[in-house]
Ligand binder design. Structure first.
Ligand SMILES: Nc1ncnc2c1ncn2[C@@H]1O[C@H](COP(=O)(O)OP(=O)(O)O)[C@@H](O)[C@H]1O
Ligand SMILES: [Mg+2]
Length: 252
């Protein structure tokens, strides 16, 4: 099944075509990375897909239905989740409560604030939350207050919050930005584990090639808004067009 498909997706800013007739398709369970030099159009592409920018032309299908015309929050409710958003954590709530709210938000559209006082009425939501905490390695710390987690565990909780909504696709924009080498390594391992365990479909924007090659089933290379190459990490690595694009980008 195709989870995400874009057809001729185009975004112009005045005379500049930031995203230029991009056809991209991502199958269920596939982990795809979007790479390209600075200014290639990666962020614009993500903003189109999440409906924060209106395309100039083209179509976007999510779960085989066009999402043109939807608001960003409606896209989230259809199962597209974006991780590594700052401010996705409620700092004064427990780790488990954060996961519960995320699971509940997906189920009910928006969470009800008095829910936490009646959580036993929602055993299913608590079960999903605890499973997610287990898979991101935070179950033991489920009663800790979120703000007291160290940096690496906060990032784990952010992934957990995104996963608790049981998304059909997870978008990640530079998930390891600002992390130490150790935190980066553990986050990359975590994403790989979660992908295996949950058959997760993801679209990753990342400039660290080591991470991209390690984590992706397929890589799509953008340059000046256009897809110039795609394939497995090995195929993309050997592609002369990709090497040219990066060298060209460095000279600008
Ligand atoms: N809101 C905007 N208005 C005008 N130009 C923009 C806007 N957003 C991005 N651009 C331009 O579009 C091109 C692609 O940008 P962007 O998608 O941020 O690239 P990337 O994320 O790959 O570095 C760049 O030339 C950038 O300057
Ligand atoms: Mg960008």
């Amino acid at each position: 099944m195709t989870v995400l498909q874009t057809d001729g997706l185009t975004k112009r800013f005045g005379g500049l075509t930031a995203v230029d007739e991009v056809d991209m398709s991502i199958d269920k369970g596939e982990g795809v990375s979007l790479i390209g030099p600075n200014g290639a159009g990666k962020s614009t592409f993500i903003n189109l897909v999440t409906r924060r920018l209106e395309p100039s032309e083209g179509d976007i299908q999510f779960n085989e239905q066009s999402i043109l015309g939807l608001d960003p929050h409606e896209v989230v409710q259809r199962g597209m989740s974006k991780s590594f958003q700052t401010a996705s954590i409620f700092p004064d709530l427990s780790v488990e409560e954060n996961a519960i709210i995320a699971a509940l938000a997906a189920e009910h559209g928006s969470f009800r604030f008095n829910f936490l006082r009646h959580r036993n009425a929602y055993p299913e939501v608590t079960r999903v939350a605890d499973e997610v905490l287990e898979s991101v390695g935070l179950y033991e710390q489920r009663n800790a207050t979120a703000k007291n987690l160290d940096y690496g565990n906060k990032r784990r909780l952010e992934i957990g919050i995104a996963l608790a909504a049981e998304p059909d696709m997870l978008l990640m924009d530079e998930p390891t930005a600002g992390m130490s080498p150790e935190e980066t390594e553990s986050t990359v391992e975590l994403i790989k584990e979660v992908k295996e365990e949950l058959d997760l479909t993801f679209l990753l924007v990342e400039h660290d090639m080591e991470i991209v090659f390690d984590i992706s089933d397929r890589i799509v290379v953008l340059n000046r808004g256009q897809v110039i190459a795609q394939g497995t990490p090995a195929e993309v690595q050997d592609d002369p067009a990709v090497q040219d694009a990066y060298l060209g980008g460095a000279e600008e």
